[in-house]
Design a protein around this ligand. Sequence first.
Ligand code: CP
Ligand code: NVA
Length: 312
Amino acid sequence: MLHNPWQRHKDLISIHDLSPEEVEALFQLAANVKARPDRYRTSLAGKTLAMIFEKSSTRTRVSFEMGMYQLGGLATFLSSRDIQIGRGEPISDTAKVLSRYVDGIMARTFAHATVTELAKHATVPVINGLTDLLHPCQALTDYFTMREKFGHTKGLTLAFVGDGNNMCHSLMFGGPKCGVHVRVATPERYRPKPEIVELARADARALGTTIEIFSHPEEAVAGAHVVYTDVWASMGQEAEAAERLAAFAGFMVTPALMERADKDAVFMHCLPAHRGEEVAAEVADGRWSVIFDEAENRLHVQKAILLLLMNR
Ligand code: CP
Ligand code: NVA
């Protein structure tokens, strides 16, 4: 890469750290990678990625591992149950040691501080593969998928219905950067974190978009171009599952709710989905759904992220 538009970044921790131009540069590269994967077959030849997982994963693990292979590199899967982190080796030492072996680290952790600590001490790029707070790779992929479906993102409205969780936070951070208005509908007890809303709103004000919070799905969805939902109990919240099931009654994305959105609206979900809970099967598998395109695009967008951070 002659000029790397992400030169000022060592890591990808949060979309909040990226400028709209940096997000657009990522999307352009991802579109090229998707259209002509053969052109990038040796771009990361000889480079390696360590993938630390404290939580389960299908999409993130497989798309990063296949992505590295398709770029000519190698990825190694490190379950926190098997590496010394699980037995109390400091995050800082792990970051320093891995930096001597690999060219990049991707991590999925419970505490967000674990990923920021890794980034602080690693001399190689660190990519956030989901924390309790954020899921930037997924949200970037979702905005990329919207750009594909609508030809652009500027001026679109995304309605997030359900739990004010990591997915909701990253979508709120991504909206302003992509010119997308974000509406969120949650039960009052399950609002997104106020400090995240505040940061996203400051970006929205500066960039001419809006972030609105509602208590009823119908209000958020009215006329929206994208209806998005995620599980009601995220990884680590299994013990609260029954309580959450009751609290989120009325928040399922149903065909009737989709009918309130724009006539060309699409349904999005980061997956895994629980049909009959946060989304009706008729929606997840119906004419609105682009869930598998989102899943596929994780591969292309993350290959672009790997190129921007590791091809230096
Ligand atoms: N959407 C997502 O990150 O899926 P996995 O948990 O399967 O990685
Ligand atoms: N909010 C979900 C996202 C899974 C990809 C979780 O954290 O479990």
